[in-house]
Design a protein around this ligand. Sequence first.
Ligand code: NAD
Length: 501
Amino acid sequence: MKSLGHWIGGKHTDGASGRTSPVTDPATGERTAELALASREEVDQAVAAAAEAGAEWERSSLATRTQVMFRYRELLDRSRDELAKLITAEHGKVHSDALGEVARGIEVVEFACGIPQLLKGAASHDVSTGVDVRELRQPLGVVAGVTPFNFPAMVPLWMFPIAIACGNSFVLKPSEKDPSAAMRVAELMAEAGLPPGVLNVVNGDKVAVDRLLEHPDVAAVSFVGSTPIARYVYETGTRAGKRVQALAGAKNHMVVLPDADLDGAADAAVSAGYGSAGERCMAISVVVAVGGVGDELVAKIAERARALRIGPGGDPASDMGPLITAEHRDRVAGYLPQAREQGAEVVLDGSENGPGGDGHGGGAANGYFLGVSLLDRVTPEMAAYADEIFGPVLSVVRAETYADAMELVNGSPWGNGAAVFTSDGAAARRFEREVRAGMVGVNVPIPVPVAYHSFGGWKASLFGDSHIYGTDGVHFYTRGKVVTSRWGRPRGLDLAFPTSE
Ligand code: NAD
């Protein structure tokens, strides 16, 4: 069995803490690797390597940084298939979905290739006679990233390419559940010519995260994960004086108005509800059927959902793979009897239609599979509505009017994504204006912004004030400096507060 350690100062190191965690293939349940969990001392070594290499990297020319990014982009492009296979082997998502994740990560690197334009700053000449002002943005120093299991390559790529292009050095702590893709994208940075120590990977758990949050040499932390941990990371990191952005959980609503194309809406609900087994922070988990569309819409969703093939992510015939762990599968499955008891109509029960149920994905008996579930007539009091399930369970809530639907969506504690399906431009415009969420889709169920627009939610979906990647990313990983300079005629002795003349 493989042993996975850390990547510190450009070298692989074995774990020294004596603590490990198993990595499994969710499609088979087999243990494929033993992952080292870093001690505080190992985190300190990674931060020290980053600080040392960062002192030099901060002074590297923009041309050097750009060249590394362009080479990195080429290496990632050539490694798409390899990375997607690593993702599928530890996360379980189907290959096409894993390729999509890699593509969206590469987009961020392409954005980072334009870093000279993004760091250009501003200048004003002759703000006063003989006085000029220049605005610069400078890197922070050592920054850390802590990432979730559900996008093992893409979420790290949301962070370190921009941080490093801005002149920072980086310590990444990937999810302990599927660490190999993150390690590979880090190795490729070295192949692209990034000096050793500018990017480091420490594998680990709470011990490593806590050390990063308190370490005096870590200037900023980017976090993506569940809401309770995001809140903890934000509060702990900011208390220690760090800049923190903590992207968190979600419960995304898709509002279907009576004038929507119902076939299109049903396709969208099934794709966005069950894609990646619902383990996406931008997954649609609640469909709000407005007016009289509920019966027809539920029938169309059920028909499509029944046809999904559930099986190993590496099998091209599979539409949906397993869940990340057996515990998570059981937790998700637990919502079904509970929903039934609480009065929901269970149109599809995933514990009956997974592999071994209707026969899809046979031979995967020990994998962490669960079929797709569809719950109708769900109400806000039910646990299936109130919790982030993070699995292939789609709830349908019936709403009389647009206003009722909007009250429901805006009453949610989360505000990551929200979508409206309609053929009425004015209704879509009103929705876009009124909805309290950071990312809004109009006839688009998963409105993940492209890399040159930033990604982030509202309310309990993001702690901090900056979204991730795009220009918000550049802003987060740099701090402003304004230089006022006078050349030529000195001002002379004058104790009054300086004014322009
Ligand atoms: P998680 O919060 O369990 O873990 C995220 C990271 O935090 C991991 O690296 C983990 O090792 C670390 N961690 C876990 N417990 C910790 C603790 N007690 N103290 C310190 N660190 C700890 O999340 P997950 O299960 O890996 O990912 C799924 C969650 O992430 C979902 O809630 C999903 O909505 C969310 N997510 C959000 C976004 C977004 O952009 N808003 C994107 C992807 C995932």
